[in-house]
Design a protein around this ligand. Structure first.
Ligand SMILES: Cc1cc2nc3c(=O)[nH]c(=O)nc-3n(C[C@H](O)[C@H](O)[C@H](O)COP(=O)(O)OP(=O)(O)OC[C@H]3O[C@@H](n4cnc5c(N)ncnc54)[C@H](O)[C@@H]3O)c2cc1C
Length: 417
């Protein structure tokens, strides 16, 4: 172990770890920062999309953006929304990684260690000691985005959140998906709009939809997404994408080429997106969960990028103002969004077949600006009323009423939260 004591140690240098270091530097933090990640290098391993409801330092990296979206429930129910004010931005992860890595390279107080896995940690007096496959590091405070640091006895657990293949705390609610970037041999895509959710696919394993982002008339990212833990192998995901392309665009397997793939598993549900408890109040200020383990994924949607930016900004602001960090993990949105997510997911647990109708009605009948603000936790009272009014449709209310009366959860899912 070398003698350096880092003021801030950030475990996991993915979206949350790199965003935090960016915001710390932006806020003028000059004390030593250590970032550790088990990955050896960075590549374009994912795509981040979000509605630009507020500026982030990475908006200008967006290589695509759209102002229109469609949500399909079934062949007779589709919603189209549009907003010039809130474009839906698309960011390649390699562009994001490169920007932050360049900034780190120019910041002598930041040390980035790649290729080392965190094995164990212990708290000794004022310090947290991390044991990695490459050695030991000492820090006064750890921001953990790996989900490995959990429990008061220095246990290192399996990452609870994403990309691990583990179901983690997500229980039945788990967003898992596989996306393919494809090149098609003839123009088929409408480039001015995205298909945010197309439920015109098999719903027998629970909420299931296609997400389609057209880059041009012949290229797109197409993702096959499930909202709960129905095991699907990559092979099955690919076959379902192929089937959809056939049904929707008349494309055979020879009509398109796969240029790349990405996949993920994001815990959903209110309990799953509670942050990992790092081990009680005594070390609350020393080990702060961030990113997905810090509760950054919105319970009902799994969107996390914008929340990660907000969390990182807030941590940096608190640090420079000398304020406590203990409650940073509680700073996502207000309790009204938690309540809404809980009610919605409870209803879907009981009746997953509601999902297509629910999302289509939401996007069809509420003002697009209100829906976007609601989904990004920027809504005001009028927006909330607009969203509620849209959802209080006789069909949905009747179904909810029936469900409350019967109290029988769907045989597909059983409530876990
Ligand atoms: C394919 C994909 C697409 C997504 N698209 C969107 C989107 O469009 N919009 C949106 O809002 N959200 C999206 N998300 C969700 C979320 O924004 C991302 O998952 C985001 O990367 C989460 O940030 P994070 O830092 O918590 O996790 P990560 O970015 O995964 O970073 C965690 C880091 O921890 C490291 N690590 C893990 N265990 C250890 C260990 N033991 N030792 C050392 N290092 C370790 C990993 O190598 C990784 O670099 C997507 C997720 C995926 C997977």
């Amino acid at each position: 172990m070398n003698g350096t004591v880092f003021e801030h140690v950030i475990t996991g240098a993915g979206c949350a770890g790199l965003s935090l270091v960016w915001h710390l530097l932006e806020a003028g933090v000059s004390s030593p920062i250590l970032l550790i990640d088990s990955r050896e290098s960075y590549r374009n391993d994912r795509t981040w999309c979000y509605w630009r409801v507020e500026p982030t330092p990475f908006d200008d990296l967006a290589d695509h953006s759209w102002n229109k979206w469609e949500v399909h429930a079934h062949s007779n129910l589709q919603a189209t929304g549009a907003s010039d004010k809130y474009p839906y931005l698309h960011l390649r992860s390699d562009a994001f990684y490169n920007r932050v890595l360049e900034r780190i390279a120019a910041a002598p107080q930041v040390k980035l260690v790649l290729g080392e896995q965190i094995r164990h940690y212990r708290v000794e007096g004022e310090l947290v000691i991390l044991d990695t496959t490459g050695g030991e590091y000492r820090g006064r405070r750890v921001f953990d985005s790996t989900g490995m640091i959990n429990g008061s006895h220095g246990e290192v657990r399996r990452r609870v959140a994403i990309d691990s293949g583990s179901n983690g705390r997500g229980g039945r609610w788990l967003q898992h998906f596989l996306g393919q970037r494809i090149q098609v041999n003839r123009p088929v895509f409408q480039t001015d709009r995205i298909r945010l959710m197309d439920h015109r696919v098999d719903q027998t394993r629970g909420p299931h939809f296609i997400y389609l982002l057209p880059y041009s008339e012949t290229t797109a990212l197409i993702e096959n997404t499930y909202f709960f833990n129905a095991p699907r192998s990559p092979f099955e995901h690919r076959a379902e994408i192929g089937h959809y392309l056939g049904e929707s665009f008349g494309l055979g397997r020879d009509d398109y080429e796969v240029l790349g793939e990405e996949s993920g598993r994001i815990p959903m549900g209110v309990a799953a997106t509670e942050p990992v408890q790092p081990g009680g109040p005594s070390i609350d200020e020393r080990i702060i969960p961030i990113g997905i383990p810090g509760g950054a994924a919105r319970a009902a949607t799994g969107y996390a990028f914008l929340r990660i930016q907000r969390q990182s900004r807030e941590i940096a602001t608190r640090l420079v103002r000398g304020r406590r960090l203990g409650s940073v993990r509680l700073s996502f949105g207000s309790s009204k969004y938690r309540l809404f997510d809980q009610i919605m997911l409870d209803a879907l647990v009981r009746s997953p077949e509601l999902a297509p109708l629910f999302f289509a009605i939401l996007f069809k009948d509420a003002n697009p600006g209100s829906v976007v603000r609601f989904l990004t936790e920027k809504s005001n009272l009028l927006d909330d009323l607009e969203v509620m009014a849209a959802l209080l449709k006789p069909d949905l209310v009747r179904m909810l009423f029936r469900l409350t009366r019967s109290g029988n959860p769907s045989p597909l899912l059983s409530p876990q939260e």
